[in-house]
Design a protein around this ligand. Structure first.
Ligand code: HEM
Length: 306
């Protein structure tokens, strides 16, 4: 799933298609990510040291990609504006001066890769696990996706309209995000003194908000340990800032729609083409993303669409 989401981001956001350069990129990227959550002591042979070296390699690869895109952009102008890198290259102020430096483009691209790769892959992994464990939910998802598949000439790609019809499947994804949020929390700073539950949080203090505090609160989500996609039928019943897998406020995840589309499209092709059975237990640990303890071992068969 991680390779899948990595490839999707490479193709759609960076215009980096399958090939040697992308494989090299994936290798270095995985090494870099592993060291992001390690003790930051830079000694040879440590995870952290390998991660720093992989990160330098990635910066160089991205420099090459940005340089190539720059040439394409100068040659083809607006028509080269097909992906995130070329869009950033084309951003100019009213005097026609570039507003983002190459270094900023590289940093933005690295941020999007890190933020988008390990999150959607967790969501898709947990949906696959869940569909194997919950036959009724799996049948309902299959029914919805079969109807969409049948309404299209064979081989035609899914459209935005098709994705917007996947309402039940998205509720399943939301319920998965409620119970297994890929991001367990984040930082904010108190802009003013805040009184909460008899405690004072002084202005300027750093606060860590934790997703499961509201996701598993039974006054907001009754029977919170039960997997129940129908609880999202009436979304207005969920108070603001209580369902927060994508965060909230001005810094809410900008990849929300991207994640929604990639997850729904992946699930569409998986359920309409395959059925599967889990060959691993249902435990998971956090590294800090939730990871199935035994991996995602499945037996998988092609499915004939009736
Ligand atoms: C299921 C998938 C995803 C989940 C659960 C998720 C979750 C989050 C969360 C919780 C935050 C912090 C928001 C806050 O502080 O309020 C965040 C930030 C961010 N996400 Fe996502 N994300 C997902 C997918 C993606 C994808 C696919 C991309 C890009 C293609 C992306 C790009 C970003 C970026 C760039 C930020 C930083 C925004 C900022 O600091 O202003 N995310 N995400």
């Amino acid at each position: 799933m991680k390779t899948l989401t990595f490839n999707i981001i490479c193709s759609l956001l960076f215009g980096l298609e399958r090939g040697k350069q992308r494989d090299q990129f994936l290798d270095s990227f995985q090494t870099m990510i592993k060291g992001m959550w390690s003790v930051p002591i830079n000694l040879p042979l440590t995870r952290y040291n390998r991660s720093l070296r992989a990160s330098a390699k990635i910066q160089n690869l991205l420099k090459e990609i940005v340089h190539k895109k720059k040439i394409e952009f100068e040659q083809n102008g607006e028509s080269a504006r097909q992906d995130l890198i070329s869009c950033m290259l084309g951003m100019v102020d009213e005097d026609g001066k570039k507003v983002i430096t190459d270094k900023e483009i590289i940093h933005n691209v690295s941020l999007v890769m890190v933020a988008g790769y390990d999150t959607s892959s967790v969501l898709i992994t947990f949906i696959i696990r869940l569909l194997a464990n919950e036959p009724d939910i799996c049948t309902a998802v299959l029914q919805e996706q079969k109807e969409i598949a049948k309404s299209k000439p064979s081989g035609e790609a899914l459209t935005w309209e098709d994705v917007s019809k996947m309402k039940y499947t998205w509720k399943v994804a939301m319920e998965t995000l409620r119970m297994f949020p890929p991001v367990f929390g984040g930082f904010r700073k108190a802009a003013t003194d805040i009184e909460y539950d008899g405690y004072l949080i002084p202005k300027e203090w750093q606060i860590f908000w934790v997703t499961s505090m509201t996701h598993m609160d039974n006054s907001i989500f009754p029977e919170p340990t039960k997997f129940e996609p129908s609880r999202f039928e009436n979304q207005a019943s969920v108070p603001p800032y209580c369902f927060i897998p994508f965060g909230g406020g001005t810094r809410i995840c900008p990849g929300y729609e991207f994640a929604r589309v990639e997850t729904l499209v992946a699930i569409h092709y998986l359920v309409t083409r395959f059925s599967w059975k889990l060959d691993s237990d249902n435990f998971f640990s956090r590294d800090p993303m939730p990871v199935p303890t035994q991996g995602l071992l499945v037996q998988i068969w092609p499915r004939a669409l009736s």
